[in-house]
Design a protein around this ligand. Structure first.
Ligand SMILES: [Zn+2]
Length: 259
């Protein structure tokens, strides 16, 4: 155990198309294990497969993505996961306007297939033609779906920085801009990551807290501002190669004033 109170899992291998299925077994008692005295985990969110691309203009890839998204949300609901984080994918050059209806339909379809799981749209670093590097695009998508109360945003600090928002010298201004561009209450999770790359590089390259181009002070200042201050904080830092370590969780807790 590394002292985390919120954890993020993959319900299937993030680089395959195989959707998780309860029929495969191995998930019995998952909720009980999480609830067990001493785990300290209060909430579990899941990350949808990286291959899912509900913005794709390729009909086959789009249909496959819709199916896997639907199955993932259904599965999350079954095992007691409260939210699923989704990368919106790439429009492959045709533009968001051309794909907005298809993105909306995919989300409506997935939410209708599950009871209570929330879908958290993650901002992108803006590589290629990825959708969601602009917060106003995320707001447009949220505004287009039917069940807006089941949609939120997972704000990744590294993606925000790499997409061109250099918030180091002006965290309060950046937070106000985020609050102004996104619907009220929508920032429900934060992926707290430092950056291996400079602002504006549009590359998705996470670094351990304090070891990257953003630094601990700016990250701490940003996540203590509304609307980020109310969100669940999740680390996706590399650690020593195996993901976040206890020391990373301890540092993150100090940054949000928990210890
Ligand atoms: Zn992330």
């Amino acid at each position: 155990m590394i002292g985390a109170s919120v954890i993020q899992i993959f319900s299937n291998s993030p680089r395959t198309w195989k959707a998780a299925s309860i029929a495969l077994g191995g998930f019995e008692g998952f909720g009980d294990a999480i609830d067990a005295a001493g785990s300290g985990v209060q909430r579990v969110v899941s990350h949808v497969s990286y291959l899912v691309n509900i913005a794709s203009p390729d009909p086959e890839l789009y249909e496959r993505s819709v199916r896997v998204l639907r199955e993932t949300l259904n599965f999350c609901g079954t095992i007691g996961v409260t939210g699923a984080v989704l990368h919106l994918g790439s429009h492959r050059g045709v533009g968001l306007d051309a794909r907005l209806g298809a993105i909306r339909d995919a989300i409506d379809d997935a939410l209708a297939a599950s009871q209570s799981v929330k879908l958290l749209l993650e901002n992108s670093a803006g590589a290629g033609d990825s959708v969601g590097s602009s917060l106003s695009d995320l707001a447009r998508i949220i505004g287009s779906v039917q069940q807006t109360h089941r949609i939120g945003v997972c704000l990744d600090t590294q993606h925000l920085f790499a997409a061109g928002c250099d918030f180091r010298a002006a965290t309060a201004t950046a937070a106000r801009r985020i609050a102004g561009e996104l619907p009220e209450g929508s920032v429900q999770a934060v992926h707290l990551n430092d950056s291996k790359v400079v602002s504006g590089s549009h590359l998705d390259r996470h670094e351990n807290l304090g070891a990257g181009a953003i630094g601990v002070d700016a990250l701490a200042a940003l996540i203590c501002e509304d609307p980020l201050a109310k969100a669940d904080v999740i680390l996706e830092t590399p650690g020593d190669g195996d993901g976040p370590r206890r020391e990373d969780v301890d540092l993150a807790k100090r940054m949000v004033g928990l210890t």
